[in-house]
Design a binder for this molecule. Structure first.
Ligand code: ATP
Ligand code: MG
Length: 599
C-alpha cells in the first residue's frame, strides 16, 4: 500500500506564501489496483508522481510505501526501490545509447539472474511490439518508440508499484492498446499497483479507481462510472467525459435498456441494439449524414481559392548517398488554399514532420517541389527568412522549441527579428499568452523549466502565434493538453482561421482533433499520400485508416460498433450532434423516446 498522509509540497519553499504544488494531500494506492489520476495542466499530477517515487520529499506530512517513509534516510531506499516511474518525457529517463542496454540496465542493477532478465524482456517486448528495434541506437527512435523503451525498462524491474505519467501521448492506437494490455496483465498477474496519469478520458475505464486533482488536492474519487456521471463537474475541472458516456446520456431517455452506464463503444452499441426499436428509418438513411456539411462546398472552394503553399511530388531522403539513407518524403503533393485548414494524418514515420520542415525551408527537398505563393522556394536567391516569418511552426516536442529560460523572453525571442517597439512586443507577448490560456502577469516571469508539461506546450504555441504568421504549421500540438485546454485550443485555431484568415496545416496521428475542423485531409504513409478528401470522404474508408494505425475519432468508433450490430446503420458522423440525430432515428416509437421516425 502507498499512503500519502497530509502531504504538502512547494517548489519555492523559501518564498513565503508561494502556492504549493501539492496541498494537504491524503491518498491511498493498493497493490494490484490500477488508479487513474486526472486533472488539468498544472494541477499537480507530475509533482505527485515525484513525491510517491521519492524524487521529491514532502515538506509537510509523509509518503509511505509499504510502511517505509520516503523522508526517513534509513527507510528511503526500501521505499524508492518499490516504485518504478515512467516520466512524462522519455528523454528525462533514458540513459543508455541502445535499446537493449536500456531495458537490461534496471534489472541487472537489481542483481536479477540473466536468464530471468531474458524471459522478462521477451514477454515485455513481445506485448509492446518492440522486438524489431532491440538493437537500435536510442537516437534513431521516434518519440513514441522511446516512450515504449522507457516503459519496458521499468516493467522489466518488476517493481511493486508503477507510475505512468501520460504514457500514451505519442503512441498510435495499436501501441496504446498493447500498453493498456500489459499494464492490466501485470496488475492481475504480478499484483503491480499502478498509478496512471492521463488526459485521455477514453483510457480511464480500464482503471479500477479514479482520482481527480485540482490545485494540488484531490477533489473527487470513485469508480470510472461514478466519476463520469457528472459531466458538468468534470468540465469544470478542465476534464471531460468519454464520447460514449456523453452520447449515452444524451439519448438515454429514448432507450429502453438503461441499467448500466456504458464505458466503451462495445457496451454502448450492445445497449443501443438491444434497446432501440430497430426499424430502418423511412427517409434517406440519415438526416445527419445529409447535413452535407461543408464537404461539397469545400471541394469547390479549394479549386477556386488561390493556393498559398503547395508541394509537387516532393522527395526528400535523409543522409542521402550514405548507408544510413532514410526516405522522408517519397513524392508528396499537397495543395493548400489560402485560409484553409489542411490536416496531414499519418502514423509515426509517415513523413509528417519532414513535410513540415520542408514547408518553411528548413529541409530542402529540391527545385520545383515546394512553392510559396506560386514561387519555388529553392530558386537561388529566394528569401527564405521572409518565408520563415510567414510560416509559423509548432514542433512536436516543446523542449525542442523553448529557447529562453524565462517565458516572456522566450516568446519575445522570435519577435526580435521583426524589430518591433518594446510596447508592441510586450503587447504581442501578452496577447499570445492569453490566447493560449496563460495569465500574462502570472507566467511572463516564470522560468520555463518550472512549467508543467501542458504549460510548456502552451508557451510554444504562444511563441508561434506572437509572430502573427500567415500559415501556422503544427505537429501534434495538443499532445499533453488537458481536455478542456485541448478543446479551447482547437476552438482558438478555428477562430484564428476565421478572423485572421490564417492558413492552418495540422500534422497528427489521430483523426480526432481535426475531423470536425479540417477542410481537406491528406492521409500519409511511408512518405506518400495514400488518400485525400473532405472529412466525410475520408471516413468512408475506415478499414484503410485502421490498417494504417491511425486513431479514429470516438464518434466513428461508436458508429462502427453499432454498424456491426445493425448493418443498416450508415452514419459517418463528424461530431456528437450528428451521431445523436442519427441514433435517435433508430430509437423508434417503442423506445421511450421521441419517436423521431415520424420526422
Ligand atoms: N520544477 C518546478 N519548479 C517550480 N514550479 C514547478 C516545477 N514543476 C512544476 N511546477 C509547478 O507546480 C504546479 C504543478 O505542476 P505539475 O507538473 O505537477 O502539474 P501536472 O498536473 O503534471 O500538469 P500537466 O498536465 O501539464 O503535466 C504547476 O503550477 C507547475 O507550474
Ligand atoms: Mg505532468
Amino acid at each position: 500500500m502507498i499512503e500519502l498522509r497530509n502531504v504538502t509540497f512547494r517548489y519555492n519553499a523559501r518564498i513565503k506564501d508561494s502556492a504549493p504544488a501539492i496541498q494537504s494531500l491524503n491518498m491511498v494506492f493498493h497493490e494490484g489496483e490500477i488508479a487513474a489520476v486526472l486533472g488539468k495542466n498544472g494541477s499537480g499530477k507530475s509533482t505527485l508522481s515525484r513525491i510517491i517515487s521519492g524524487i521529491l520529499k514532502p515538506q509537510f506530512g509523509e509518503a509511505l510505501v509499504d510502511g517505509y517513509s520516503t523522508s526517513i534516510p534509513k527507510e528511503m531506499w526500501e521505499a524508492r526501490s518499490r516504485v518504478g516511474i515512467v516520466f512524462q518525457n522519455p528523454d528525462d529517463q533514458i540513459i543508455s545509447n541502445n535499446v537493449l542496454d536500456e531495458i537490461v540496465f534496471g534489472p541487472e542493477n537489481l542483481g536479477i539472474p540473466r536468464n530471468e532478465i531474458e524471459s522478462r524482456i521477451q514477454e515485455i517486448s513481445q506485448i509492446l511490439q518492440i522486438e524489431s528495434i532491440m538493437d537500435y541506437p536510442i537516437h534513431e527512435l521516434t518519440f513514441g518508440q522511446k516512450q515504449l523503451v522507457a516503459i519496458a525498462g521499468v516493467l522489466a524491474m518488476r517493481p511493486r508499484y508503477m507510475i505512468f505519467d501520460e504514457p500514451t501521448t505519442s503512441l498510435g492506437p495499436e501501441q496504446t492498446q498493447a500498453l493498456l494490455q500489459i499494464i492490466q496483465k501485470f496488475a492481475r498477474e504480478y499484483h503491480l499497483g499502478v498509478i496512471y496519469i492521463t488526459h485521455n478520458m477514453d483510457e480511464v475505464p480500464f482503471c479500477d479507481t479514479v482520482f481527480v486533482m485540482e490545485n494540488g488536492s484531490v477533489i473527487r474519487q470513485g469508480a470510472p462510472s461514478q466519476i463520469f456521471a457528472d459531466a458538468m463537474a468534470m468540465r469544470q475541472y478542465g476534464l471531460d467525459i468519454p464520447a460514449v458516456t456523453e452520447i449515452y446520456q444524451r439519448i438515454k431517455t429514448s432507450l429502453t435498456e438503461t441499467s448500466v452506464m456504458p464505458l466503451n463503444e462495445e457496451q454502448f452499441a450492445e445497449i443501443f441494439a438491444n434497446s432501440a426499436h430497430i426499424t430502418q428509418p423511412e427517409a434517406t438513411p440519415s438526416a445527419a449524414g445529409s447535413t452535407s456539411d461543408n464537404s461539397d462546398n469545400t471541394q469547390k472552394n479549394t479549386e477556386a481559392a488561390s493556393l498559398i503553399i503547395e508541394t509537387k511530388d516532393a522527395h526528400f531522403t535523409y543522409k542521402a548517398g550514405t548507408p544510413f539513407a532514410q526516405i522522408g518524403l517519397a513524392g508528396i503533393t499537397i495543395r493548400v488554399p489560402q485560409g484553409s485548414f489542411i490536416a496531414c494524418v499519418g502514423p509515426t514515420r509517415s513523413g509528417k514532420s519532414t513535410l513540415l520542415d520542408s514547408l518553411n525551408g528548413v529541409l530542402k527537398p529540391g527545385r520545383n517541389m515546394v512553392f510559396y505563393q506560386g514561387k519555388d522556394i529553392h530558386t537561388p536567391g529566394y528569401d527564405l527568412s521572409a518565408l520563415r516569418k510567414d510560416v509559423g511552426v509548432v514542433f512536436q516536442s516543446p523542449d525542442a522549441q523553448i529557447i529562453k529560460d524565462v517565458v516572456g523572453k522566450d516568446i519575445a525571442f522570435g519577435l526580435r527579428q521583426l524589430k518591433l517597439s518594446l510596447a508592441e512586443s510586450r503587447q504581442r507577448v501578452q496577447e499570445s499568452l492569453e490566447s493560449v490560456g496563460l495569465n500574462y502577469e502570472e507566467f511572463r516571469n516564470r522560468y520555463t523549466y518550472t512549467l508543467s508539461g501542458g504549460q510548456k506546450r502552451r508557451v510554444t504555441i504562444a511563441g508561434a502565434l506572437a509572430l502573427r504568421p500567415k500559415i501556422l504549421a503544427l505537429d501534434e500540438p495538443t499532445a499533453g493538453l488537458d481536455p478542456q485546454g485541448r478543446a479551447g485550443f482547437l476552438q482558438m485555431l478555428k477562430q484564428l482561421g476565421n478572423d485572421r484568415g490564417l492558413t492552418i496545416i495540422y500534422m497528427t496521428a489521430n483523426l480526432e482533433d481535426i475531423i470536425a475542423l479540417a477542410d481537406t485531409i491528406y492521409l500519409l504513409e511511408n512518405g506518400k499520400v495514400v488518400m485525400s478528401g473532405s472529412p466525410k470522404e475520408i471516413l468512408e474508408h475506415t478499414d484503410t485508416i485502421a490498417r494504417m494505425n491511425i486513431g479514429l475519432p470516438a464518434v466513428t468508433r461508436i458508429s462502427a460498433a453499432i454498424k456491426r450490430r445493425i448493418p443498416s446503420f450508415a452514419e459517418n458522423a463528424l461530431n456528437l450532434h450528428e451521431l445523436e440525430t442519427a441514433l435517435l432515428q433508430y430509437a423508434g416509437p417503442n423506445g421511450r423516446g421521441k419517436g423521431l421516425n415520424s420526422l
